[in-house]
Design a protein around this ligand. Structure first.
Ligand code: SAH
Ligand code: F3S
Length: 481
């Protein structure tokens, strides 16, 4: 169950419509979080203006870009293996250039050029607008690096092209970077300080998506609850903003409200929430709008207060439970999911038991669970010994996963017998004759196709389920259609 986003889409990406005038081929692969997939759409958009079409075939590529993830060591190892594959192709296509983008580029900088001699270009997450000139550098035979992190880059002015799109669901990024400095996490170092995107450019992108036929968007940020627009600049500099800027500032609850009203038939999701920053205003805004989906991804990381403190998560487990109770009071139907790390430095059996107890207390709908992976440069990497033995970490993880599985089943079964609105995203993986979509809570629903089509909102009577998938029968279009 270890994953950041759907494993089936990790890897190469193509754009649906290419431009005949473009003469060079870009092969772009993305790994890691949804933000990386969204960034690759920005990159493809920038390069479409530079004469590049996307190709799904590595062997046809003139330029290979890999958008990388550094969150755990395993993610970086996967990418190093991919680089060897690109190298094989380079032997038969000597003009082929390879660029590493994203978090691994930012973390390793020009060291990547020495360590992986197949790499021609290293570009950090805030430097994508510099790609045209960096490509000119590598075309003339020099290596090129830009890993400068920015105070205000949000790519708000770039209309992303949609890669591998189902034409129904899309990501819209709203903040970049993170200021939270959880001690285990490399993101503040690879993606820089937190800044928010102009709400008008967000609304414009949402409207454009609606006009193109999209029916659901996910607002993306490392910590969406921290969204704050006061005219531009870093979140940490808000204290220096003028009275006028403060009076007209837009926070996440207000942004959600604006987006929900701008497109009342568009489904809205968001990710990721953070327990220390999530406000009840956000929850009330979710309750106010039926088009905001009832699902909150609320990572807990650990159930032990001692470990939460060492992780620099700025809340106690009791405060977290209180937040869950408050959410459920206002949104009784809301699905809640988690991220958990097993085996953080100094974690004892008692701490681990606290995590299992927290799972039991909340009974999450689903979750993403990981073994702690020490990241160089982070506070935990520098100051704490990675002292939980590997077999212990693995055993604890499997206990956490087993309990979560049981809860997944309980939560999935709660939908049985209900009629729920489902947005059709595509054909079911298991059967050509069935559609696959999601209910508001993000649970996958499959049902016979009949005459419905992709992008329809249908009411589905839920008749059966496995531990994570609902089965049913459509009984008609929903009011939203
Ligand atoms: N706020 C981010 C979190 C990014 S990382 C978001 O938008 O999702 C996603 C998850 O990876 C974290 O919640 C955490 O559970 C896990 N993670 C982060 N650093 C890790 C590490 N060093 N070892 C293991 N898991 C880690
Ligand atoms: Fe990482 Fe914590 Fe931010 S997990 S992305 S530092 S909220």
């Amino acid at each position: 169950m270890e994953k950041t986003i759907d494993e089936s889409i990790q890897g190469s990406a193509i754009r649906t419509k290419n431009d005949n005038q473009n003469k060079r081929n870009l092969y772009i692969e993305s790994y890691g979080c949804a933000m990386n997939f969204s960034d690759s759409e920005i990159v493809a958009s920038i390069l479409a203006e530079e004469g590049f079409n996307t190709t799904p075939y590595l062997n046809d590529a003139d330029l290979v870009l890999v958008n990388t993830c550094s969150i755990r060591d395993k993610a970086e190892q996967t990418i190093r293996k991919r680089l060897l594959e690109y190298n094989k192709v380079k032997k038969t296509r000597p003009h082929l250039k390879v660029g590493v983008l994203g978090c691994m580029a930012e973390r390793l900088k020009d060291k990547l050029l020495d360590e992986e001699n197949i790499v021609d270009m290293v570009v950090g997450p805030d430097a994508y607008k510099d790609l045209p000139s960096l490509i000119k550098e590598v075309d003339s035979g020099r290596d090129a690096v830009n890993v400068i992190l920015s105070k205000d880059e949000t790519y708000g002015d770039i209309a992303p092209v949609r890669l591998n799109s189902n034409g129904v669901t899309a990501f819209v990024s709203i903040t970049r970077g993170c200021d939270n400095m959880c001690t285990f996490c490399v993101v503040p170092f690879t993606r820089g300080r937190e800044r928010s995107r102009d709400p008008h450019s967000i609304i414009e992108e949402v409207n454009e998506l609606w006009n193109k036929g999209f029916k659901e968007i996910t607002l993306l940020g490392q910590n969406v609850d921290s969204y704050l627009w006061y005219g531009g600049g870093l979140k940490k500099d808000y204290v220096k903003a003028s009275e006028m800027q403060k009076a007209t500032a837009v926070d996440f609850a207000q942004l959600l409200d604006m987006v929900a009203m701008a497109q009342p038939k568009m489904r809205i999701r968001f990710s990721t929430s953070n327990p220390q920053d999530m406000t009840m205003d956000v929850v009330r805004t979710m309750a106010k709008h039926s088009n905001i989906c009832k699902h909150i991804h609320l990572p807990v990381q650990s159930g032990s207060n001692r470990i939460l403190r060492k992780m620099n998560r700025l809340h106690t487990i009791e405060e977290y439970f209180q937040l869950i109770d408050n959410i459920r009071e206002i949104l009784p139907e809301c699905a809640i999911s988690q991220d958990i790390i097993a085996g953080f430095p100094s974690e004892t059996e008692e701490d681990h038991q606290d995590t299992l107890n927290a799972l039991q207390r909340v009974q999450y709908d689903f979750g993403y669970m990981y073994i702690y992976s020490e990241r160089p440069g982070t506070m935990a990497g520098r100051k704490m010994e990675d002292d939980v033995p590997e077999p212990t970490k693995k055993r604890r993880l499997s206990e956490i996963i087993a309990l979560q599985r049981a809860h997944c089943k309980i939560r999935t079964e709660e939908h049985l017998g209900k009629t729920q609105e489902v947005l059709i995203e595509g054909t079911s993986k298991k059967s050509e004759d069935e559609w696959m979509g999601r209910n508001s809570q993000s649970t996958v629903v499959v049902f016979p196709k009949e005459n419905y089509k992709i992008g329809d909102f249908v009411n589905v009577e839920i008749t059966n389920c496995t531990s994570a998938t609902l089965m049913g029968k459509a009984i008609g279009y929903s009011d939203n259609n």
